[in-house]
Each structure stands twice: as structure tokens, then as C-alpha cells.
Ligand binder design. Structure first.
Ligand code: ATP
Ligand code: MG
Length: 319
């Protein structure tokens, strides 16, 4: 049972942590259909039932199961993912899987770009969220949040940065699937103080690699490719047999990754202006810290340990 949970709802994965455990699931939700027992045995992921007070029981496939079903919907076309109905489904699912107690304390994030304008709305929304949630063949359990804290993405990850200086200005870059958040902060006596005018979000991130690869694949083979297959190839070894022909996509993938990393670098550098040259340390977080060759451009930057988890872990550390 957990009475405090921190959830980072990303465009690609939901990362959720409590003091007792943690869970990551792809941010994909599909309408449920009946599965035979043998279907079930072969599938990973979650069949989830959600019943809001006075409402009907609604059933979904969440995570891997939704991807395998092929009908899954992600947020990728929505600029404000927390306003999408999937946001609640994902939050309720991971809260249930982590064993959240009723009226648990929840820490959740918002991209820096939306933080000021939408934090109150999201906080109220999550405080009102309440449902009986069942996963798999388990019993339903009431999930609700007594206290909700909304924290800016990136700033959460910065709390997990090993601060190697006790003064100066540091920059944290959280490269995700669709958004890259950058947080510039002053360190004063070991306290981290973000400088609002030097924080923001870009819409260049790992997803751009997948989009560019899909276009290259189509140009080279003449065939379109599904998003699931793109991720498999880009995250795999880059070599594939397609319609009887062998392709080695490694050089193409490397080029694409470099150009996306360069674009992130150029935009962050432009946003910080002269201040960029005076940073005492640059930290990298998010899956992009692993997926992209960012240190070729951000010379001397340090990747946070378990970069994809850094925000959620930072969120948990504030309560
Ligand atoms: N070890 C890894 N190797 C390669 N790619 C990875 C690795 N870990 C994560 N990624 C990829 O990095 C990307 C970003 O992951 P991350 O979880 O940071 O994004 P997100 O938080 O869901 O997105 P956003 O912050 O834009 O909402 C994803 O495409 C993910 O598949
Ligand atoms: Mg993220």
C-alpha cells in the first residue's frame, strides 16, 4: 500500500514511483474487447475496468496490451496531453498497480511551457478524480487523491541531479518523446532556484527521430511503415529484411539522431543566449538522454542516473 505516489505521464511512457515500488507502461490506451484465455496467456499489459461514482463500468486495454491490439491511441497529436481522456485512465491504472491508498498524495508534472497557465486546473481535476479501478481479474479498488501537487517537468529531474557545485548556474535538459523541457537554475547554498525566463519547452524530441526514419523508410522501400515497427527498428539493431531484401539502416539512423540532437542543442543555446556559455554544469534526463547522442553537442554534460525515471523520482522526493 502506498500513500504517496509520483506520476510522470509522458507522451511515450508513464513512469510512476512510490516509496515501495515503481512501474513504467507505454502511454497507450485502447477500447477493451473480449479475450479468450489463450489470448490472455500470450499477452502482457493490462485489462483495466474503471467505474467513476454513479457511472458505468468502462473497460480498456492499457500499455503493451493496447499496442498489441493495434487499436491503441496515444496522445501524440494532442499538445495538451493532460486534457486528453487517456490521461485519467493512465493515472488511475498506474495508481492502482502501485497500490495507492484512497486519498493518497499524488505528485504529477506539467511541461514548463504550460505550468503557470494550467497547474491549478490540473490540480483541481486530479483532486476530483475518483474511481473504482480493477486490473486483470483482481478486485476493484477505490482510487482517489487527497492531496495533489503539480510540479514542472525538468525541475523534478533537477532534484535528482548530483549537484557538483554549490554555486553557479546549471541547466537540465529533459528530452522526451514529443517535448524537451529545459530548466536553468541558480544554485545558492545548495538550494536550486529556477530562473523562469531561462526555462521552457521545445517540440523537438525523440519522436522526431521516429518520424524522420518512417519517411526515409518509405523513400527507400516505397512502402509505409507502422509506428510500432519504426520503434522496433530504431531501438533495435537497425538491420532488417524487408520483402526479401536486406537493409542496413544504421548509418541513416545515426544521421537522423545526430540531426535531432543538434536541433535540440541549437534551440536550447538560442533560448539561453549568452548565459549558455556561463553554465557551470549541464545535466541530461528523459529517454532522450539514452536515445540521442546529446553529449556530442552538449560537451561535458552529465546524464542523470536512470534518466527516464528522473522526473518521477524527483517528484517523489518533494513530499
Ligand atoms: N534505453 C533506451 N534506449 C533507447 N530509447 C529509449 C530508451 N529509454 C527510453 N527511450 C526512448 O526515449 C523516448 C523518450 O522517453 P521518455 O519516457 O523520456 O518520454 P516521455 O516522457 O514519455 O515523453 P514526453 O516527455 O515528450 O512527454 C521514447 O521514445 C523512448 O522509447
Ligand atoms: Mg517526459
Amino acid at each position: 500500500m502506498s500513500n504517496v505516489i509520483a506520476i510522470d505521464v509522458g507522451y511515450s511512457h508513464v513512469k510512476a514511483v512510490s516509496h515501495q515500488g515503481r512501474i513504467v507502461i507505454p502511454s497507450v490506451v485502447a477500447p477493451a474487447r473480449e479475450l479468450s484465455l489463450s489470448d490472455f496467456a500470450q499477452k502482457t499489459g493490462y485489462a483495466v475496468s474503471i467505474q467513476k461514482p454513479g457511472g458505468p463500468v468502462q473497460k480498456y486495454f492499457v500499455g503493451e496490451l493496447a499496442i498489441k491490439e493495434g487499436q491503441g491511441a496515444t496522445f501524440t497529436t494532442d499538445r495538451e496531453k493532460h486534457r486528453h481522456p487517456n490521461h485519467d485512465i493512465l493515472v488511475l491504472t498506474v495508481a492502482k498497480l502501485l497500490g495507492a491508498e484512497p486519498q493518497a498524495t499524488l505528485v504529477a508534472g506539467l511541461p514548463i511551457a504550460y505550468y503557470k497557465a494550467q497547474k491549478e486546473e490540473l490540480k483541481k481535476h486530479l483532486e476530483q478524480l475518483e474511481a473504482d479501478v480493477a486490473t486483470g481479474s483482481g478486485e476493484p479498488k477505490r482510487i482517489s487523491f487527497g492531496k495533489v501537487i503539480i510540479y514542472p517537468q525538468g525541475a523534478g529531474a533537477l532534484l535528482k541531479a548530483p549537484l557538483l557545485t554549490n554555486s553557479g548556474t546549471v541547466l537540465l535538459i529533459d528530452v522526451g518523446q514529443k517535448t524537451t523541457d529545459y530548466v536553468t537554475a541558480e544554485i545558492v547554498n545548495d538550494m536550486v532556484r529556477p530562473i523562469a525566463s531561462l526555462c521552457g519547452s521545445l517540440e523537438t524530441a525523440v519522436g522526431n527521430v521516429y518520424d524522420a526514419f518512417a519517411a526515409e523508410f518509405q523513400a527507400l522501400t516505397g512502402s509505409p511503415i507502422s509506428p510500432v515497427r519504426v520503434i522496433e527498428i530504431v531501438r533495435g539493431n537497425g538491420q532488417v529484411v524487408f520483402n526479401g531484401k536486406e537493409y542496413d539502416f544504421r548509418p541513416i539512423i545515426q544521421n537522423i539522431k545526430e540531426s535531432v540532437a543538434r536541433s535540440v542543442f541549437d534551440q536550447v543555446q538560442a533560448a539561453l543566449g549568452e548565459r549558455f556559455s556561463f553554465l557551470s554544469r549541464v545535466y541530461l534526463a528523459g529517454g532522450g538522454a539514452v536515445a540521442l547522442p546529446l553529449t556530442e553537442f552538449f560537451r561535458g554534460a552529465i546524464s542523470l542516473p536512470e534518466p527516464q525515471w528522473a522526473n518521477a523520482q524527483g517528484f517523489l522526493s518533494i513530499v
